[in-house]
Write a new protein. Structure first.
Length: 157
């Protein structure tokens, strides 16, 4: 089995279909872009989700949504496009889908329902143990103010 992780944006809204025996199949396409020496290259991936997996999440996915998909990579298929040029179809069966932390689409950025309030992080104070009088001269088993050493008879085990 070939496992792959893809981070990209949806090229369209997810499509839901059903097989002849009633099994649910959701498909969507993801575009990934690479830049090499100033040239931009886009690879399109066809993602398939079988059954009810990720139903709650998929309802939030729209064209342009940034997602990360982990799944099984299938053997690439070669086909001819409308102009007769050979194209490669990259197919993945998803085992995990995540919202991408790398960016929001224009639609998500303008919607207030997707924004999370910034959390307030309490300021932590620096604590210096050596400045604390009670702990600076601490010896286990010794009484405060006592400079005596602990003998083997005083150890409780």
């Amino acid at each position: 089995m070939n496992i792959i992780t893809i981070a990209g944006r949806l090229g369209g809204d997810p499509e839901v279909r059903f097989t002849s025996n009633g099994q649910k199949v959701t498909t969507f396409r993801i575009a990934t872009t690479t830049r090499k020496s100033g040239k931009e290259d886009t690879i399109w991936w066809r993602i398939t989700v079988w059954g009810e997996n990720f139903d709650k999440m998929i309802s939030f996915l729209k064209k342009g949504s940034a997602v990360i998909v982990v799944g099984e990579l299938h053997k690439p298929e070669i086909f001819n496009d409308r102009e007769g040029k050979p194209q490669i179809s990259m197919n993945v069966t998803a085992s995990n889908i995540m919202f991408s932390p790398f960016g929001k689409s224009d639609k998500e950025g303008s919607s207030s329902e997707f924004k999370k309030p910034k959390e307030q992080v309490p300021k932590q104070e620096n604590v210096r143990m050596e400045d604390d009088e009670e702990f600076s001269s601490f010896t286990p088993g010794a009484k405060k103010g006592s400079d005596s050493e602990i003998s083997d008879d005083e150890i409780p085990f």
